[in-house]
Design a protein around this ligand. Structure first.
Ligand SMILES: Cc1cc2nc3c(=O)[nH]c(=O)nc-3n(C[C@H](O)[C@H](O)[C@H](O)COP(=O)(O)OP(=O)(O)OC[C@H]3O[C@@H](n4cnc5c(N)ncnc54)[C@H](O)[C@@H]3O)c2cc1C
Length: 387
């Protein structure tokens, strides 16, 4: 493991930072409040090749790894534009397609994901199953050569911006109770697929939806991969990229908040000539948050390095730890930033309270802190499972 990025990764970091700063948090909030999407930023990032950094060159991508995509996620978030759909589309969907899709599926979908002209979102969560994906109730039944899908999904991000949803369903022959998951590429305009937008207390241009699948009829090639056996490995393939990139987004958000707060406390004076940052009651909480964010970044780098080296099991442990650490650090950093800004912290203008909802959600989704602690307790500490 090295602590240095390659010269190309350094350039990528600088270039993405510059792009993010051109748009900035004001743009992100304005889009959120007007109910619009970050279409211009996404399109420009796609044109510049940042959305496809981890996609193989033969499908129009940059041929890099999750380290590169984590840089994109972190730097856009550090500029005040934490885009959750980076985690969903290029991290989860592109990885799953690339590793387990058929050649035809890769050719059809990856170039559009790489240049940003297409988004594929991901639907696993269900109202009754929650964190327990063994209870998935969305069922895929054979229908001649094709499939019929029925069920309900919740909190699915970005359905209104995507061409397809990668839906995780249970196949009918799993009456044993054992999950035999299968993934399906469902067009967002498929007959029988309806959605309703959830009202979320998160300032974000990206929306969450309830999805209803009512006998959605799909052709045979909507099944991801060559056979039903691709389902479980495909599902697991998405987990590490998801953990690592969402952690990177959290670390970037933490950096953004600490930067805003430090600028403010280094110049604001209310007691004589001293800045409020000279009081340790103000500077220490900020410094503490900065340490937590930096520790999380180290863990993200470790997880991404292990993942890109093909060491999936070790990357699983590191990726979960990175996601936990970054989720906590981001929430701490934003909360601390709001506090040291005083009243200004709660204004839209100073742009930190606008992130409170997002960082709070980052401790719940895409995997909650408790489920990560369960994972660490069982797989690292060898403890029994209680559930
Ligand atoms: C902003 C946002 C975006 C999202 N986007 C998507 C998306 O694009 N696609 C998608 O499929 N899903 C998405 N989700 C859903 C998300 O993955 C789930 O909310 C998350 O996995 C938790 O599931 P749940 O909400 O059903 O909580 P529950 O499973 O009901 O859990 C509730 C609480 O109980 C705790 N808990 C549950 N079981 C245990 C246990 N065994 N031990 C200890 N604690 C436990 C949990 O940690 C949590 O704190 C999104 C959620 C949010 C908030």
């Amino acid at each position: 493991m090295t602590f240095d990025l390659t010269p190309e990764q350094d350039q990528l970091r600088d270039a993405v930072r510059a792009l993010g700063r051109r748009y900035g948090h004001g743009y992100f909030v304005e889009k959120a409040k007007s109910g619009e999407h970050t279409t211009e930023l996404w399109a420009e990032a796609g044109r510049l090749g940042y959305l496809g950094v981890n996609i193989p060159t033969e499908y129009g991508g940059g041929g890099g790894g999750i380290t590169d995509l984590a840089i994109v996620c972190e730097e856009l978030a550090a500029a005040g534009c934490p885009l959750l759909l980076l985690v969903v589309s290029p991290a989860i969907a592109a990885t799953v397609l690339n590793r387990h899709g058929t050649e035809e599926q890769r050719k059809r979908h990856l170039p559009g994901l790489a240049d940003g002209s297409q988004k594929i979102v991901f639907a696993i969560t269900e109202p009754e199953a929650g964190s327990n994906f063994h209870r998935l109730g969305t069922v895929a039944r054979r229908d001649g050569n094709g499939w019929l899908l029925s069920g309900r999904k919740c909190y699915i991000s970005g359905v209104d911006e995507a061409g397809h949803v990668l839906v995780v369903a249970r196949t009918e022959d799993s009456s044993t109770g054992k999950l035999k998951p299968a993934l399906f590429l469902v067009p967002t305009d498929a007959a029988g697929l309806t959605r309703s937008k959830l009202d979320m207390e998160i300032v974000s241009p990206e929306n969450q939806f309830l999805l209803y699948l009512d006998d959605v009829r799909l052709p045979a090639d909507a099944l991801l991969g060559e056979s039903l056996d691709a389902g479980l490995p495909a599902l697991f393939a998405g987990l590490n990229p998801e953990r690592i990139t969402v952690a990177a987004m959290g670390a970037g958000t933490g950096r953004y908040a600490i930067e805003r707060a430090s600028e403010y406390t280094a110049t604001r004076t209310v007691w004589g000539g001293r800045t409020i940052g000279s009081h340790q009651g103000v500077s220490h909480p900020l410094a503490h948050a900065a340490v937590q964010v930096e520790l999380a970044r180290l863990m993200i780098q470790k997880a991404a390095t292990l993942y890109d080296a093909g060491r999936d099991l070790e990357a699983g442990v590191a990726g979960n730890m990175a996601k936990y650490a970054a989720g906590e650090a981001a929430a701490l950093a934003v909360d601390t930033a709001v506090q040291v800004l005083g009243g200004a912290g709660m204004t839209t203008e100073y742009g930190v309270a606008t992130l409170l909802g997002a960082v709070r959600a980052g401790r719940i989704a895409p995997v909650s802190r408790e489920m990560i602690l369960n994972f660490v307790a069982q797989h690292v500490l060898g403890q029994d499972k209680s559930y």
